[in-house]
Design a protein around this ligand. Structure first.
Ligand code: JF5
Length: 261
């Protein structure tokens, strides 16, 4: 896979892209990652990438032409199934399914916005999609693009090695992950759920499933609506809700309507 990242701050992303799983994937030849300085695609003496907004108002808007020129150069350098994505808070939410889709592409181009926004003609004519990491505003799309690269690259076959399987991650099953513990068995007086020390693998599997359901119900009840739930899962969810009603340890403050469907 080839990933091109277009930014006015190449140094901001080069460090993180040269470390960890992403760097290992680059070294293994799984991904060809290129960072482009948007200013290299300007043609004026000041290398301007922004200008005042038409219609007036505060702040600056990123000019369209440097992005057009950058994309022309990048398109010439390789071919294949490509998505051009613009990172911005106006985008559709980026999620694990988007990362999966990107990981199956031959090419991904990420455009980082800055200032008050990007000339809309970039989104209209160059970008296939506009994506957002969530309902918050960054000063630039760079950190969002890094997150997209990492979420995508770790799904490339061979990227995770034996450090773990992407199939057991949070979200791949539509639920949040269960809690994890490691040695020592007591930390500052806090123990570990005894079942995890019991060696009973059937009971451990059921405990983990229950805790994944509990975390999802408490923190992200919206995810339950699209999660793949077995009859046993629904039974566990009802038990968790009953415990909560009795004011149990994991007392819930949110009730998911999905339970009663
Ligand atoms: C940006 C105009 C881009 O703030 C973001 C962002 C939030 N989630 N995903 C991306 O990008 C920076 C700000 C203003 C374009």
């Amino acid at each position: 896979m080839r990933i091109d990242l277009v930014t006015i701050f190449p140094r901001m992303v080069e460090g993180p892209l040269s470390d960890g799983i992403v760097q290992r994937a680059r070294e293994a030849g799984l991904v060809d990652l290129r960072v482009h300085d948007l200013r290299d695609f300007t043609d004026d003496r000041h290398r301007s990438v922004d200008d005042a907004p038409f219609g007036g108002g505060p702040g600056m808007v990123m000019k369209a032409e440097p992005f057009f020129r950058a994309l022309e150069t990048i398109a010439r350098e390789s071919a294949g199934a490509e998505v051009v994505a613009l990172l911005s808070p106006r985008g559709r939410p980026f999620d694990q399914a988007t990362a999966r889709r990107y990981s199956r592409l031959a090419r991904l181009v990420l455009l980082c916005g800055r200032y008050e926004g990007v000339d809309e003609r970039v989104a209209e004519a160059l970008a296939d999609e506009e994506v957002s990491l969530g309902d918050f505003v960054l000063t630039g799309g760079e950190t969002a693009a890094l997150a997209v690269v990492e979420a995508t690259v770790r799904l490339l076959p061979g990227a995770l090695g034996d450090e773990g399987s992407a199939e057991t991650d949070s979200f791949e099953g539509g639920l949040l992950d269960w809690p994890h513990y490691t040695r020592p068995a007591v930390v500052r007086g806090r123990g570990v759920p005894p079942v995890l020390l019991s060696g009973d693998h059937g009971e451990i599997r059921r405990w983990r499933r229950r805790e994944a359901l509990r975390a999802t119900l408490e923190r992200r009840p919206d995810l339950l609506a699209s999660a793949r739930l077995a009859a046993e899962d629904r039974a566990m969810l009802r038990e968790i809700e009953d415990e909560a009603r009795e004011g149990g340890p994991g007392a819930l403050d949110k009730k998911a309507a999905v339970l009663h469907k």
